[in-house]
Design a protein around this ligand. Structure first.
Ligand code: IPM
Ligand code: MN
Length: 362
């Protein structure tokens, strides 16, 4: 029997509840598909700050490095906002990304038939949306040097970050995006701000260069302000969106809302070799934590991405995605997805149980 070691990082806020639900679902799948999972649960983010004073303890990082994949729920808690930056939950996440070299962040945005009415956008705008955001994750302004704050002699302070990319960093993420486009509708849109930023000018030149190796792929370039507008004007025009770290962060939240709720979007963060991290795009939602209100679907679908990408367990992965669709078709919804009174509003745990029922049924 094939066995996989999963580092499970429940994190903060709604993290523990969506994590428990996802773990139970994976266990149900493993029984059915004759595979086995070993879950290694570790503190991360705010929960790790409480126990060790640091958001990414050595032991957690080591466990992630030694695992076959990392499944992460969410981190972040306003309680820690006043801590110095190096001790905040988000810094732990950035450190995990850079320590594991997770330069490629894949965020698929697919509309589930059953949820068309849950979107804040009109049905005819979103019905054909099927896109994937490929976001560079270990460079750009998130990591650029110099950065910091200085006091000015003239009084007051100045704070600064640096948006920088090397041609190597651009080339490797561009290749990933072109390879993904090759297996989809062969369209790639690179998003930058080349009309203003030098870093974007290099970005654009390198994407054109890498693109010359993929003659069948139709490439276009959009400035990020235009891309943000196009995403709500005509999102069906996009197949693969390739972009840098900061623009990708913003664009992917926007794209998530096309699906009806940010609670729907999974992601994979991948290195060139070693374990990847699979996590929802949404945050830790401290305002609804512990109330059984969270939508666990983004994390569950992140689990499906893990099964497919990290373990090559395509059958189990498809089984899981189908079960999620089935449960939505039956009308079960967490509160963030309620749009019609005929829908049945249930909690995070109950949604998980419905998914397990479907998995065990067929
Ligand atoms: C994301 C999140 C993170 C980011 C935060 C929590 C550091 O918003 O994964 O999109 O900005 O990358
Ligand atoms: Mn984000």
């Amino acid at each position: 029997m094939k066995s996989y070691k999963i580092a499970l990082l429940a994190g903060d806020g709604i993290g523990p509840e969506i994590s428990r639900v996802t773990q139970n679902i994976l266990l149900a799948l493993s029984n059915k598909h004759g595979i086995s999972f070993q879950f290694l649960e570790k503190d991360f983010g705010g929960s790790a700050i409480k126990s060790t004073g640091r958001p990414l303890p050595e032991d957690t990082l080591k466990t992630c490095e030694d695992s076959d994949a990392v499944l992460l729920a969410a981190i972040g808690d306003p309680k820690f906002d006043s801590l110095p930056r190096e001790n905040r939950p988000e810094t732990g996440l950035l450190k995990l990304r850079s320590e594991l070299n997770l330069f490629a962040n894949i965020r698929p945005v697919k509309i589930s038939e059953a949820l068309i009415k849950s979107s804040t956008l009109k049905e005819q705008i979103i019905k054909d949306v099927d896109l994937v955001v490929v976001r560079e994750l270990t460079g750009g302004i998130y990591f650029g040097e110099p950065k910091g704050r200085i006091s000015l002699e003239t009084g007051g302070e100045r704070a600064f970050n640096t948006m920088s990319y090397s041609s190597k960093e651009i080339d490797r993420i561009a290749k990933i995006a072109f390879e993904i486009a090759k297996n989809r509708r062969e369209k790639l849109c690179s998003v930058d701000k080349a009309n203003v930023l030098d870093v974007s000018q290099l970005w654009r030149e390198r994407v054109i260069k890498i693109g010359s190796n993929y003659p069948n792929i139709e490439v276009n370039h959009q400035y990020v302000d235009n891309a943000a507008m196009q995403l709500v004007r005509n999102p069906a025009q996009f197949d693969v969106i390739l972009t840098g770290n900061l623009f990708g962060d913003i664009i992917s939240d926007e794209a998530a809302m096309l699906t009806g709720s940010i609670g729907m979007l999974p992601s994979a963060s991948l290195p060139s070799s070693g374990p990847g991290v699979f996590e929802p795009v949404h945050g830790s939602a401290p305002d609804i934590a512990g109330k059984n209100l969270a939508n666990p679907i983004a994390m569950i679908l992140s689990g499906a991405m893990m099964l497919k990408i990290a373990f090559n367990e395509k059958e189990a992965s498809n089984d899981l995605e189908n079960a999620v669709d089935k449960v939505l078709e039956k009308g079960f919804r967490t509160s963030d997805l309620m749009s019609e009174s005929s829908n049945k509003e249930i909690g995070c745990n109950e949604l998980g149980e419905e998914i397990i029922k479907v998995i065990e049924e067929v």
